[in-house]
Write a protein that binds this ligand. Structure first.
Ligand SMILES: *[C@@H]1O[C@H](CO)[C@@H](O)[C@H](O)[C@H]1NC(C)=O
Ligand SMILES: *[C@@H]1O[C@H](CO)[C@@H](O)[C@H](O)[C@H]1NC(C)=O
Ligand SMILES: [Zn+2]
Length: 485
């Protein structure tokens, strides 16, 4: 106050005038601050970052959209989808079943999602590759069902979203915009009809493969090589997804399939949970030439946090710094418009130090904003793009392609039966064992017992089926308890 007295003293103010001037001065300052704060409200991105802006504050201005959470898989693995036994609203980090001590791949509950400022989440309907050519469709439907039941049960905090426009609306209403993705092309069992019905059920992305090749697209374990690559039928799957408005997710596919899809898709693609291959040489990560194609395609890579994908050095643990490095690498190479977040919580058993569960996203945004060394500067606008604006842009571009293709009829292509047959042989399965559909009629195969016509026997409706005892009502097989990544 002493300084102000001196300043006002220059005008030879009386004591009373001094008080009035000070009051006016104070009111003006309050108005200026109030105006700045008002301008930085949700509707108007702020450029007044000097008013103690923290990176996490970006998450109050744009929804944080995470591309991949496998909680539904854990609901299946731990509870066979019995939501009545699940206390989603509680902090489960020390829970005897869901806590980190018992379940290293459990990172999600409602209270931590709220702490984590999550605005929108893709919940993943995933079924193990062991169900391919068997009951993958039924198991995928069960996972879509449990996601919908979870959303309905917690409807004051979650709301189903099936278009790009509603993400921001639902987030503004204080709920988590909940979307559904299907992880793994084996879930459609080589049928475009099934793909279309998933869309009708509200599914908005299909990851083309999980860790297993489908008959029409190779998965990442194939490395730089190929078995089927993307087949002609695979191209039809992409085009039908474009026509429907289903996001094409390239996480998990082989690098060659990434390249082929980017050459044929009519819409931008996403990587729902993948990081940068140049930093950590795992084939689940995206190589530089593909990153350049994603930029041209106007798509997005949503960075996976999994320790095993962000840090290839087994001698140390992954930290938040590794995730920051992947995000910055992608930004530096192809620009801030093509990077997002797809952490993979609940799908993996090891997360970097500082990013242990879904409550930690704000710490990452704070860290990005306090850029160190030669890291790029993350403005509020940049952070909002990373959080959700890039994804929303891609999603609405996919919807625009769908609308432009609205005069096209659904594709009626059926997969080539020899390709389906060969694909099953390559997995050491007995082709046709589970196939009773019409396209299997009279396919000629050679078995150890000689020439054999699969269709003639398998197309017969089996009357005894419903009476037969169910073979696998028991617990989850060992491969299903592994993490899904
Ligand atoms: C597989 O795809 C890659 C990438 O587009 C291409 O270079 C390669 O020739 C393809 N291989 C076959 C057998 O189609
Ligand atoms: C990595 O983290 C684990 C558990 O947090 C700890 O036990 C281990 O000592 C750490 N390893 C290294 C190399 O720091
Ligand atoms: Zn995955």
């Amino acid at each position: 106050m002493v300084e102000y007295v001196n300043v006002f003293g220059l005008f030879h103010a009386t004591r009373k005038q001094l008080y009035v001037s000070a009051a006016v001065f104070t009111v003006v300052i309050i108005l200026i601050i109030g105006l700045s704060v008002g301008l930085s409200g949700k509707d108007e991105p702020s450029h007044h970052e000097e008013i103690s802006f923290n990176g996490r504050d970006a998450l109050d201005h744009a929804p944080l959209v995470d591309g991949h959470n496998d909680l539904p898989w854990n609901l299946y693995a731990l509870l066979n989808n019995r939501l009545s036994a699940f206390n989603f609203a509680e902090d489960l980090s020390e829970d005897s079943v869901w806590g980190k001590a018992n379940c290293p791949s459990c990172h999600t509950d409602l209270s931590r999602l709220i702490t984590g400022k999550v605005g929108a989440q893709f919940w993943v309907a995933y079924t193990s590759c062991s169900s391919q050519y068997k009951d993958s469709i039924q198991l995928t439907l069960r996972q879509i069902d449990v996601i919908k039941r979870l959303i309905n049960k917690y409807s004051s905090n979650l709301e189903l979203v099936i278009n790009s426009f509603d993400i921001e609306n639902v987030w503004k209403s204080g709920k988590i915009a909940s979307m559904i993705g299907v992880e793994g092309g084996h879930s459609i069992d080589s049928s475009l009809a099934v793909l279309r019905l998933y869309y009708e059920l509200g599914v908005r992305y299909l990851t083309l493969t999980h860790s297993c090749n489908t008959p029409w697209a190779d998965a990442s374990p194939i490395g730089n090589s190929y078995l089927h690559n993307l087949t002609d039928f695979g191209v039809k799957v992409i085009h039908e997804m474009n026509r429907l408005g289903m996001l094409v997710d390239l996480s998990h596919v082989s690098h060659n399939v990434m390249r082929r899809v980017l050459a044929v898709t009519k819409a931008p693609v996403i990587f729902s949970h993948s990081s940068a291959f140049a930093i950590c040489n795992k084939y689940r990560n995206v190589p530089d030439d593909v990153l350049q194609l994603v930029k041209k395609n106007n798509g997005i890579v949503m960075v996976n946090f999994y320790s095993g994908f962000v840090n290839c050095n087994d001698l140390r643990n992954a930290t938040m710094r590794d995730v920051v490095d992947h995000i910055n690498y992608i930004r530096n190479l192809i620009g801030v418009d093509h990077v997002g977040i797809g952490a993979d919580y609940d799908g993996v058993d090891k997360m970097p130090e500082g990013l242990n569960d879904v409550s930690k996203y704000p710490d990452l945004f704070d860290r990005l904003h306090t850029n160190v060394d030669n890291e790029p500067y993350w403005s509020q606008e940049d952070l909002e793009k990373l959080a959700g604006r890039n994804f929303i842009r891609v999603f609405s571009a996919v919807e625009a392609v769908r609308d432009s293709l609205s005069s096209e009829a659904p594709y009626e292509d059926i997969i080539d039966r020899q390709e389906l047959y060969n694909a099953q042989l390559s997995e050491n399965l007995t082709p046709g064992e589970c196939q009773t559909a019409i396209e299997w009629n009279s396919i000629i195969t050679t078995t150890t017992e000689g020439t054999n016509t699969i269709g003639s026997s398998s197309v017969e409706p089996s009357v005894s089926t419903s009476e037969e005892p169910s073979v696998s009502t028991s617990t989850i097989s060992s491969d299903q308890t592994t993490v899904t990544q």
